[in-house]
Write a protein that binds this ligand. Structure first.
Ligand code: LLP
Length: 418
């Protein structure tokens, strides 16, 4: 029999209380679908990263969740920012980030947008030489390139961002030319970046990828006499999405990275280089639950439980084949005995949040909790079918704070000509 998360952070064993708050009562107040965040868990995740990655700068990847309340909370807890474009940069600045603690890693942005990012004093991890040359007259103080170290790893092909057949970064050979060109344009300070994939649970991968990365950086240093101001190894630190998956051994991952770094330092490299990581998922994934209401139950060849949210909010399920645990408050684990599918309200047959899972004999009006709803859920949700995006509530100390209003028909069509 499928068992629930024994230790989903701050969720009670019968799934009815989250971070000290009765979920049903929160839903009576705010309605469903509702994303509830545990700010306490966010702080804990940052703290755990800080302990493991002692001496390494943490830049939160805003794409994981760009809710301004959450971004400013993460910044207040000592993180810098990884941004993908001007909007993410500007949101981070208005959430209180120091421009010196923001690094942008843009992909295929226009010359105008790159120029504006650079003018704000933001360091850029350029995707390739040509992108840097678009703004060669207005380069940021520190010029950095995104390297493809030749290997990548991600939970799914769609979130593997280095290795073969990826759109990101450049080979070590092309990087050599790119830095040469940057020097020619007057750059005096340099960084180097990689991002090899997302949701990686194998610490050995980080050992191999950073070894390769530092080696590439050392060779570029030798060839061009460059002392890197920073080496940015990206994010990708994975979290389990079910009880059966072993969590990433964060301490070992960090130790491998630090050991590799020291090895190169002992050989005389990276004397004054800062090491940077860019976690997104690790900080926020298990710090939220998405709560929906069961709106219908259809018993045909399959039992299909219909809920008031679907792929419009949880696109990562049909997009990658991702798995999220689904739990029903008020039932104990031994009642999870009926094979069921869970589907949303979107007019597509990809709109399943789970298929053939064991659930209790639920009734309409029951709540369904989708776990690990902090990362890449709100930030990837759409208005498809005009279903709208959920309200979001933060549990901070002992208060519940509405940090995003539910979208309405008016907010969804506000930009259209009527
Ligand atoms: N840095 C860069 C340059 C990135 O592109 C990303 C994520 C990160 C950092 C943060 O990676 P994380 O620590 O969160 O793994 N939408 C997908 C995940 C895509 C990740 C893309 N890049 C999902 O729902 O799983």
């Amino acid at each position: 029999m499928e068992k629930g998360f024994v230790h989903y952070p701050y969720l009670s064993d019968d799934y009815s209380v989250y971070n000290g708050f009765n979920i049903k009562q929160l839903c009576s107040k705010y309605k469903t679908p509702l994303i509830i965040y545990s700010m306490r868990r966010i702080i804990e995740n940052i703290k755990n990263l800080k302990i493991a990655f002692d001496g390494i700068a943490i830049h939160y990847a805003v794409k994981a969740n760009y809710n301004p309340f959450i971004v400013s909370y993460i910044i207040k807890n000592g993180a810098g920012i990884d941004a993908a474009n001007l909007n993410e940069v500007q949101l981070s600045l208005s959430a209180g980030a120091n421009p010196y603690h923001i690094i942008a890693t843009p992909n295929n942005l226009s010359e105008a947008e790159l120029f504006q990012i650079s003018r704000l004093g933001i360091t850029i991890n350029f995707d390739y030489q040509g992108q840097m040359e678009l703004i060669s007259g207005h380069l940021p103080e520190i010029v950095s390139f995104r390297i493809n170290p030749g290997i990548g790893r991600g939970e799914f092909a769609g979130i593997t961002t280095a290795g073969h057949d990826v759109k990101f970064g450049i080979s070590p050979e092309d990087a050599l030319q790119a830095y040469k060109s940057a020097k020619k344009y007057g750059a005096r300070r340099f960084g180097i970046h990689m991002m090899t994939g997302s949701n990686v649970l194998d610490h050995e991968f980080f050992k191999e990828s950073t070894e390769r990365f530092f080696d590439i950086a050392a060779k570029i240093s030798d060839a061009l006499g460059i002392e890197f101001s920073f080496l940015d190894i990206g994010g990708g630190f994975g979290v389990p999405y079910d009880l059966h998956t072993k969590p990433l051994d964060l301490a070992r991952t960090a130790d491998y990275i630090k050991e590799n770094f020291s090895k190169f330092k002992n050989r005389g490299y990276f004397k004054s280089s800062e090491l940077i990581i860019e976690p997104g998922r690790y900080i926020i994934s298990d710090a939220a639950i998405l709560v929906s209401s069961i709106t219908s139950i259809k018993n045909s060849d399959h039992k299909i439980i219909g809920i008031d949210t679907g792929m419009n909010t949880m696109i990562r399920i049909p997009l990658y084949g991702a798995h999220h645990e689904i739990k029903i408050p008020g039932y104990v684990d031994s009642e999870y005995i009926t094979l069921s599918d869970i589907a949303g309200q979107v007019c597509e047959n990809t709109d399943y949040l789970a298929k053939n899972i064991l659930l209790p004999d639920v009734k309409t009006g029951d709540l369904a909790l989708i776990l690990n709803a902090g990362a890449y859920v709100s930030s990837m949700a759409s208005n498809y079918n005009l279903l709208g995006t959920p309200a979001e509530v933060a549990i901070d100390h002992n208060s519940d704070i509405l940090i995003r209003k539910r979208s309405t028909l008016d907010t969804m069509i506000s930009g259209f000509l009527k």
